[in-house]
Design a protein around this ligand. Structure first.
Ligand SMILES: Nc1ncnc2c1ncn2[C@@H]1O[C@H](COP(=O)(O)OP(=O)(O)OP(=O)(O)O)[C@@H](O)[C@H]1O
Ligand SMILES: [Mg+2]
Length: 226
């Protein structure tokens, strides 16, 4: 099931050209379980979408196909910014196309610090020695202050509360988009897979507000929530 929160765009062709993401004919079965059955989804620039469905209806499966964790069944098609991308995508490949994810189980590494988690994708692609840790710690403090979050960049993630972990995962996703897609005219898509059950009501509202604000300025969000 799909609910489009944003207003429907004018013409079909115009809207497809403006789409940040378009999926067609996406199916996925796990043995005898059909998790996704010919799903289509189109997300336009500046739109906020919510994927609604009961437990087990396939929301996470769709997001895991985008993040390269699962391969879809043959026949699916995907376009990012109008460019067709062949499926399956390699794990994390769509980050390079401006997609940023917060997974249902957050995807943090508990045994390392807040700062190392914040930069974990940089660590995966860059030489560790090329990172100026002192400058990055300061940048992280400013980043957390901007989001009104009290996190010590040098603290171990294993010591964080569930709320703090969710905050870190969400800010990390925003930060990745901001750093990699902050340029004029660059589109980006933030994909949230139910990270909010861990959050108190006021923080939950804040995440939605921030996502909506970002969408209206530059980026697009697709929170998957039940
Ligand atoms: N790795 C897997 N192996 C086998 N079956 C799976 C696997 N992942 C998901 N499924 C099945 O696919 C279906 C869709 O699961 P999915 O996790 O995508 O649902 P969901 O909408 O995210 O649910 P929830 O609201 O509980 O997070 C379910 O029937 C689930 O049991
Ligand atoms: Mg799920």
């Amino acid at each position: 099931m799909e609910i489009e929160i944003a207003a429907a765009p004018a013409g079909k062709e115009a809207s497809e050209a403006r789409s940040v993401l378009r999926l067609a004919n996406l199916s996925k079965s796990f043995g005898g379980v059909q998790a996704l059955d010919r799903v289509s989804l189109q997300v336009g620039r500046g739109e906020v979408h919510g994927l609604l469905g009961q437990n087990g209806s396939g929301k996470s499966t769709l997001i895991k196909i985008l993040s390269g964790f699962h391969a879809p069944d043959p026949g699916a098609q995907l376009w990012i910014d109008g460019q067709e991308i062949s499926l399956p995508v390699a794990p994390g490949a769509l980050r390079e196309h401006g997609l940023s994810f917060v997974h249902q189980h957050l995807g943090l590494i508990p045994s390392i610090t807040v700062l190392e988690n914040l930069l974990v994708y940089d660590l995966a692609i860059a030489d560790r020695w090329a990172i100026n840790w002192r400058a990055e710690a300061q940048r992280a403090r400013e980043l957390f202050a901007r989001y009104d979050i009290r996190l010590d960049p040098l603290a171990g993630v294993s010591r964080l509360s569930p709320v703090e972990r969710a905050q870190l995962a969400i800010v990390r996703a925003f930060d990745w988009l901001q750093r990699t897609r902050g340029g004029e005219g660059a589109s980006g898509l933030l994909v949230l897979d139910e990270p909010t059950p861990f959050l108190p009501a006021d923080t939950y509202a804040y995440v939605l507000e921030t996502a909506t604000l970002r969408a209206s300025s530059n980026f697009t969000s697709a929170p998957g929530m039940t």
